[in-house]
Ligand binder design. Structure first.
Ligand code: NAP
Ligand code: ZN
Length: 346
């Protein structure tokens, strides 16, 4: 066992505080990682506040993990001590079902083992990246390309892949008109990635406050959803809308912005259900699809794509003791565009 420093929520809605946790001994196919940076995802907050249902406490959140390999098990073949690596939203799965076989471990029939707020295959609670070290089977570890700084790469492990996967599935490329709804952690990655894929990109944000940033990141157009004219002017415009909004929305209003045959890909995970008028889908043969993170092969593909296109997250690196304040700012949509904890400060 290795003892590592961590930040944990002791109970639902309680502020995070410094603690220590034990990591399992390094098994034959395990990699022990010295974590250097951990991104703050809005999902950390939903779970610590039990917005999605009952959670496991104490909770060490964090599924945007970047660091360096410190030790490898005797059977590890893919990684060596010193390699730059990442860990995302899951650390295990059944490894035998048709989805695991296809590299869609996030849809494992037995359920993926989530990086934190879950139980591992032995029934022990999992703890995430707001800590100084983690032990993960090499099958669930990603390689961070040398050209990507570790701090800006950490958010790619969730925000990056969650935006990348539905854009790929919708076959976004040159000629595609893509709208990204919500310019936060996921949304800003969606803008950068869709732009790099060659699409014409529009940001739909609550206000024009972040317009200059959005255009600098690669958006071609930027509109405020607080302005009713946005909905009149953009009716029937987009092939794909990527919704990254963390609260329940009136999806009918947004489906009307799709072209016939268009797809609204939702990745936002609000605490509350949404209601829908099915005529919004039938009219124009439009689709509403969901997407959850991405499998290991596609996550590696996304990291390599980001390296090739020079894409990292826009980050604000914080000290661990600033985490509670940072969470408040995420909830207030006051993040530009991802907080990343420098884990050396834990
Ligand atoms: P975030 O940084 O807080 O971004 C969410 C954005 O939603 C905000 O920046 C804001 O954009 C917009 N928004 C917030 N409140 C709003 C409101 N009342 N009305 C309209 N828009 C609002 O969060 P994130 O980390 O990107 O995560 C976004 C959501 O995706 C969360 O629910 C998270 O749990 C979920 N998620 C899902 C997956 C998955 O696999 N599907 C993975 C990771 C995260 P503007 O300020 O531009 O309006
Ligand atoms: Zn996340």
């Amino acid at each position: 066992m290795t003892t590592v420093a961590a930040y944990a929520a002791p109970a639902a809605k309680a502020p995070l505080e410094r603690t220590t946790i034990e990591r399992r001994p390094v098994g034959a196919t395990d990699v022990r990682i010295d974590i250097t940076f951990a991104g703050i995802c809005h999902s950390d907050i939903h779970q610590a506040e039990e917005g999605w249902g009952e959670s496991i406490f104490p909770m060490v959140p964090g599924h945007e993990i970047a660091g360096v390999v410190a030790e490898v098990g005797s059977g590890v073949t893919r990684y060596r001590v010193g390699d730059r690596v990442g860990v995302g939203c899951f650390v295990d799965s059944c490894r035998a079902c048709e989805y695991c076989d296809q590299g869609l471990e996030q849809y494992c029939v037995e359920g993926m083992t989530v990086t934190y707020n879950g139980l591992d295959r032995r029934g022990e609670p999992t703890h995430g990246g707001y800590s100084t070290g983690i032990v993960v089977d090499e099958r669930y570890v990603l390689r961070i390309p040398d050209s990507l700084p570790l701090d800006a790469a950490a958010p790619l492990l969730c925000a990056g892949i969650t935006s990348y996967s539905p854009l790929r599935r919708a076959e976004v490329g040159p000629g595609s008109k893509v709208a990204v709804l919500g310019l936060g952690g996921l949304g800003h990655m969606g803008v950068k990635l869709a732009h790099a894929m060659g699409a014409e990109v529009t940001v739909l944000s609550q206000s024009l406050r972040k317009r200059d940033d959005g255009l600098r990141m690669g958006a071609d157009h930027y509109y405020a959803t607080s302005d009713p004219a946005t909905f009149e002017n953009l009716a029937g415009t987009f092939d794909v809308i990527l919704s990254t909004v963390s609260v329940a929305l009136d999806f009918d209003r947004y489906l009307a912005l799709l072209k016939p045959g268009g797809v609204l890909a939702n990745v936002g995970a609000p605490d509350d259900p949404v209601s829908l008028n099915l005529f919004s889908l039938m009219t124009g043969g439009r689709s509403l699809v969901g997407s959850m993170i991405g499998g290991i092969p596609e996550t590696q593909e996304m990291l390599d794509f980001c390296a090739e296109h020079g894409i990292g997250a826009e980050i604000e690196v914080i000290r661990a003791e600033e985490v509670n304040e940072a969470w408040k700012r995420v909830v207030a949509s006051d993040v530009r565009y991802r907080f990343v904890i420098d884990t050396a400060t834990i």
